[in-house]
Design a protein around this ligand. Structure first.
Ligand code: NDP
Length: 241
């Protein structure tokens, strides 16, 4: 039987590429999303992957959401915590709403969703948890105190949870993408992209969502069991930490 994989934020951008790549690799995939029904319906029609709408920044919604996924597809064996947002602004002008939205979506969600599946994974002695962090969590970024803090938190979460579950057949790893060609980055003005961002990337281009997805498929594999607590940087050489 195909293993069940849940991808949060799995209907657009990097998450959509991850959902498709996992399906192509033979997994039984569920794609979560939050508010963009039109994009989710289009994704579902194009891929045949079922979509499940809930807000991963809510613990209660995640309890119900994961129950619905498991009732439909079976126990989640691969979890990709990918959902994320930005609400940029200089810290001295940042509102509590900007802080809370970003930390609860990019970091709180890792607790909210992973907590629903970890006991089952421990019982079955198999699990793959892959957290999508960011280069900006590794190195910090101007205007992104909220996002950098949350994404750095994802790395601490990854390492501690990896330690707790290392003997149970469960691996926990993080991927830190650099600038990837999705709507999140397409929102950056073209001149800022060309003048300020591309010169920082030694390979001199944005990454493609599929270039993150192939690493997820690699980490999700049954024979990737010795890789845990690791951080995989995929950033075109922008930051070599
Ligand atoms: P997109 O904005 O293209 O897509 C985000 C996805 O997450 C959508 O499916 C969206 O759902 C979903 N989502 C957002 N908030 C929630 C929520 N509260 N609950 C459930 N789903 C939610 O983002 P990217 O593909 O660019 O980013 C994916 C991940 O990669 C994020 O964690 C991001 O921080 C990280 N990343 C991205 C980089 C980039 O350059 N693009 C670089 C480094 C890291 P809906 O469609 O309903 O809005």
């Amino acid at each position: 039987m195909a293993r069940v994989a849940l991808v949060t934020g799995g209907t657009r951008g990097i998450g959509a590429a991850i959902s498709k790549a996992l399906k192509a690799a033979g997994y039984n995939v569920a794609a979560n999303y939050c508010g963009n029904d039109a994009a989710a319906e289009k994704f579902k029609a194009e891929t045949g992957i079922p979509v499940f709408k809930w807000d991963v920044s809510s613990f209660e919604a995640s309890v119900e959401g994961v129950k619905t996924v498991e009732a439909a597809l079976g126990a989640v064996e691969i979890l990709v915590n990918n959902a994320g947002i930005t609400r940029d602004g200089a810290f001295h002008k940042m509102t509590i709403e900007q802080w809370s939205a970003v930390t609860s979506t990019n970091l709180g969600s890792l607790f909210n969703v992973t907590r629903q599946v970890i006991e089952g994974m421990r019982g079955r002695k198999f699990g793959r948890i892959i957290n999508i962090s960011s280069v900006n969590g590794q190195k910090g970024q101007f205007g992104q105190v909220n996002y950098s803090a949350a994404k750095a938190g994802d790395l601490g979460f990854t390492r501690a949870l990896a330690l707790e579950n290392a003997r149970g057949g469960i691996t926990v790893n993080a991927i830190c993408p650099g600038y990837i060609n999705t709507e999140m980055v397409q929102a950056v003005p073209k001149e800022v992209l060309e003048k300020n961002i591309l010169p920082l990337i030694p390979v001199n281009r944005l990454g493609e969502p599929e270039e993150i997805a192939r690493a997820v498929v690699f980490l999700a594999a049954d024979d990737a069991g010795f890789i845990t607590g690791s951080t995989l940087s995929i950033n075109g050489g922008q930051s070599m930490t």
